[in-house]
Design a protein around this ligand. Structure first.
Ligand SMILES: *Cc1c(COP(=O)(O)O)cnc(C)c1O
Length: 350
């Protein structure tokens, strides 16, 4: 017998979104990747860092991510000690649990939202609690005071695409005795974000990813904004060289090219709003989205049927067998041409 910890031996492990073997043969709208390349400044920065011979790669990267951290601080209007960079926002979610929850402590998240929270909670040996949403997509049954060590609120929500209001988030921060983590993976596509609330609540953490809006899922980059004492704790427990040299220069260049970000986000939001209208014309119900995907249900409420249909046409979208979600599909917003291809299949088979 290999002497594993009991909760590790018993847990299933996270299953990431399907990545096909020959991605170029597919229209891939299942993991909310960006259809456009990252900023040309990012490519330039990476090339510059590698140089002609890659000699620099002998040397360890900056353990403090100083330049990237400063670029984020400048952008969001915080001092640098309110910010930490990360190897994907997944690293932050993991380290937040490690920093705040002992074995057996309660950690909460919304169902439906990002299923990785429950995996991370299992690894820590903490206890999961879930809150559900009512038919207005507002939190149902959240107590006047919540005593769990952490509450992960995905806003805008994935896979639904709708956002919680700032008033609601403000109120939740008051009601949480533990930490409120607002996972803002999709905030760049949304009308508002919770950054202004971070200065007001020392128990509020905002996490961001470069995987969606910045088109850098392959670089593994994220960041968090929180009170300096929270950031100092996250700084203590991370791997010291968690970001490689190429990721660091990519992050800094991406953050400093907001013009490019805004242009691409604008294109994706325009495609999203147009695509939503087209789906509604085909009889789908679509939740108004503040993200780079839509959650859309066909008139017969059979998500799996449409998933299989699109798959036959080499189009991959996300279907969830969970009975709460199986009536619909999560479709990432690709280029206008890719969404036209989706509509063409759906028009012939609605
Ligand atoms: C994509 C996503 C993440 C993961 O981001 P990475 O930076 O790629 O680790 C976290 N939370 C939500 C809600 C996401 O959709």
């Amino acid at each position: 017998m290999i002497p594993l910890r009991k909760n590790i031996a018993e847990m299933a492990g996270y299953v990431p979104g399907f990545q096909p073997k020959n991605p170029q043969e597919w229209i891939k709208l299942n993991t909310n990747e960006n259809p456009y390349p990252p900023s040309p400044q990012v490519i330039e920065a990476i090339m510059r860092e590698i140089g002609s011979d890659g000699e620099i790669l002998r040397q360890y990267p900056d353990a403090a991510s100083k330049d990237a951290r400063q670029a984020a601080a400048d952008l969001y209007g915080f001092d640098a000690d309110w910010l930490i960079m990360a190897n994907g926002s997944d690293e932050l979610l993991n380290n937040l649990i490690r920093a705040f929850a002992n074995e057996g402590d309660e950690v909460a998240y919304v169902e439906p939202s990002y299923s990785y929270y429950s995996t991370l909670i299992e690894i820590q040996g903490a206890k999961s609690h879930t809150f559900t949403l009512d038919d207005q997509y507002k939190l149902a049954g959240f107590p006047e005071r919540y005593n769990g060590k952490l509450f992960f609120l995905t806003s805008p929500n994935a896979p639904l695409g709708c956002a919680f209001s700032l008033d609601d988030i403000d109120d939740l921060a008051h009601r949480c005795n533990g930490m409120l983590v607002v996972d803002e993976a999709y905030a760049d596509f949304a009308a508002e974000n919770a950054l202004s609330l971070v200065k007001k609540h020392e128990n509020l953490v905002v996490t961001r990813t470069f995987s969606k809006s910045y088109a850098l899922a392959g670089m593994r980059l994220g960041l968090a904004v929180a009170h300096p004492q929270v950031i100092a704790a996250l700084d203590k427990i991370r791997d010291h060289y968690h970001l490689d040299r190429l990721a660091l220069v990519a992050a800094e260049a991406a953050l400093r090219d907001q013009k490019y970000l805004k242009q691409r986000v604008g294109e994706i939001c325009a495609t999203r709003d147009w695509f939503t209208g087209q789906l509604i014309a085909l009889g789908y119900s679509v939740i108004p989205s503040q993200t780079n995907f839509v959650f859309a249900s066909p008139a017969d409420g059979d998500g799996q049927r449409v998933y299989e249909l699109l798959k036959q046409h080499k189009i991959l979208v996300r279907y969830f067998s969970d009975p709460q979600l199986s009536h619909a599909l999560r479709i990432s917003i690709g280029s206008r041409e890719q969404m036209d291809a989706v509509l063409e299949v759906l028009e012939r088979n609605c």
